[in-house]
Ligand binder design. Structure first.
Ligand code: SF4
Ligand code: SF4
Length: 298
């Protein structure tokens, strides 16, 4: 047995079901996402009128969710020199989910990248490019991908600078940067996904679940909101077009911003040609996954 497989068993202890789930999730990434997508579609198609059905996405999202990251937050994660452990009991202010909330990265310079299962599940002519953009940071994920996903998903080892470059390139085509957490992978952070508005199963799943109940989301907002400067704004509509969460609308010659819907992903700020938008740390929202800030705040 490879050391990374032994690591999975050790991580989950007596919960052999979670170890198997962990292995299946990584080894059959494409098939796993295919099933998740269709289960969500079928559930919503049949039961969107039945409010108690929101218990299903809530159950899943409490165990499998992501934290939206700003460019500066992800840059700090990808500049870590040493292992990071914020402390389990304090993480709820960053990740308001019941489980999977350990902000913990061992050996952060060990990084792997592999094909995105959401993109692989799209027809070749319709999927976003590049396909290889799922990033595993640290000892708890990168070795598993490098040991088991080389042939299937083209997993390779990369440097921190290369990982950041992949993220910056993905953001140029409207991909949301997220830190993923999942009970079945140990409930710790370390997977960084670039969610494509077209292919991503998480974005689709959140949109569909919100037809059952608008309060349900697989995303934890980044903790930032956006300030708009009407004097600088030319109402070009670039921000509305790029926002994956429909938080900006240009109507009647003015910009309408829905602060509650805004996940603070920063894409609108990056795409505004007139510098009319700025990101700010919003005290009414969750704490950002800003490792410098968390070290002082928590
Ligand atoms: S992208 Fe900038 S200039 Fe264009 S509508 Fe949005 S805020 Fe205004
Ligand atoms: S308004 Fe801007 S920061 Fe908020 S979710 Fe939309 S693109 Fe992201």
């Amino acid at each position: 047995m490879k050391p990374s497989s032994k690591d999975i068993l050790k991580r989950h202890g007596w919960r052999l079901d979670r170890a198997v789930h962990n292995f299946v999730y990584f080894y059959f990434h494409k098939q796993y996402v295919f099933v998740a997508r269709w289960l969500t579609r079928i559930t919503v198609m049949l039961f969107s009128w039945l409010k108690p059905m929101k218990a299903i996405p809530e159950f899943v999202y409490n165990r499998y969710h992501s934290k939206v990251l700003s460019v500066s937050d992800v840059t700090k994660i990808l500049s870590l020199e040493k292992s990071l452990d914020i402390g389990v009991d304090k993480n709820k202010r960053v990740l308001p989910f019941k489980y999977a909330n350990k902000i913990f990265i061992r050996n952060p310079k060990l990084i792997a990248v592999m094909d995105c299962p959401c993109a692989l599940n799209q027809k070749e002519s319709e999927r976003c490019h590049p396909v290889k953009k799922c990033i595993a940071v640290g000892q708890d994920f990168a070795p598993i991908w490098l040991d088991h996903c080389k042939e299937k998903y083209h997993a390779t080892q990369i440097t921190q600078a290369e990982a950041l470059e992949i993220i910056k390139e993905a953001r140029k085509t409207g991909h949301v940067t997220n830190a993923f957490l999942k009970v079945a992978t140990g409930g710790i952070t370390g997977i960084i996904c670039n969610c494509c508005p077209k292919c991503c199963v998480e974005l689709e799943s959140t949109r569909l679940s919100q037809k059952i109940d608008p309060s349900v989301s697989q995303y934890a907002p980044s903790g930032y909101s956006v300030r708009h400067d009407p004097a600088a704004c030319t109402l070009c509509g670039a921000c509305e077009a790029v926002c994956p969460f429909d938080a900006i609308k240009i109507t009647d010659d003015r910009l309408v911003y829905d602060i509650g819907a805004c996940m603070g992903c920063e894409l609108c700020v990056e795409n505004c040609p007139d510098n009319a938008l700025t990101l700010y740390n919003d005290p009414d929202k969750l704490l950002p996954l800003d490792i410098e800030l968390l070290k002082t705040e928590l």
